[in-house]
Write a protein that binds this ligand. Sequence first.
Ligand code: TYM
Length: 336
Amino acid sequence: MRIFSGIQPTGRKHLGNYIGAIVQYVEGQHRAAAAGDIAIFCVVDLHAMTVPWNPVEMRERVYDTAAILLAAGLDPEQCIFIRQSDIPEHTELAWHMGAVTAHGDLNRMHQFKEKSARQRDLVSADLFTYPVLMAADVLAYRANEVPVGDDQRQHVELMRDVAQRFNDRFGEILVVPELKIPELGARIMDLQDPTSKMSTTSGSPEGTVYVLDDAKTVEKKFKRAVTDSDDPPRIVRDPSKPGVSNLIDILAAARGTSFAEVEASLADARGYGDLKVATAEAVNALLDPVRDRYTALRADEDVLEAIFAAGAAKAREITRDTLADVRQAIGVGPRG
Ligand code: TYM
């Protein structure tokens, strides 16, 4: 059982990324190793070029993101930890996958619609073909499982279609991967606007909790979180109560329990204040050790580069094989 997932080095990583994705990566790394296979985690710098970027900041953000992932518990001895641009097979395979991707399918992608509407200057071809590179990221490793948050569902479904279409035409060469969305925390919402997902690019700064926010800031953001005006207050998960439901989900994910247990633990609460305080405490307990380790890891960029170099060497042992099979099947490159 092989796992692959990727994360962008854009902006600062927030609680949605942490609970929706990073927690799953750490769990997946152990599960894949226990099954005698491997999990691959990738900082996708090439995907960060699909919207305007600053080249100097790009390198900084890649190191920031790498240090957060390692601080969260990714262990380069147990998984393969890579930077996307170090592995040329990702981009070559993206070209081959583009040949079996329908233009109309790319046109239907929600993310493309949202991000292209926000661009003031150039809507680049790379923004449009973003999901093709994402498909190649996963298919290059013949991964079985892709842990992501809910917002990546459509992209993973597209990559399944692409792999299937390739195999139908050229033989069983690629693995059709499964989507893996966490039961709890697949869609963490903005604390100020609990009907929109928490996001660095489209959310509100006060409603977005960053992994590297200090404990006091985290507390402040939760204290100000939007709830509702139910009188008496009801601490239950319910579609009509998006703010309260979001806090319950975050608290359950941070404590590693079910939302029912969270509801039960707050049955005697006097009001939403108790829920907010409990959630802030649990989130700080989750993030405190990550923030401490981050500072040490981020300080040494040479070590981070060495980790990427070792990861790339391991990764290419897999991706070279896949590309050799794909090239053979589609009839490009030298005779096999
Ligand atoms: P990115 O960098 O936007 O987000 C990283 C992960 O965080 C999840 N996520 C959330 N989960 C819960 N609640 C939220 N509010 C929230 N916001 C973000 C995302 O679903 C994601 O899992 N396209 C990908 C990167 C990528 C990739 C890949 C992923 C490139 N190649 C191959 C998997 C496989 C992205 O932009 O993630």
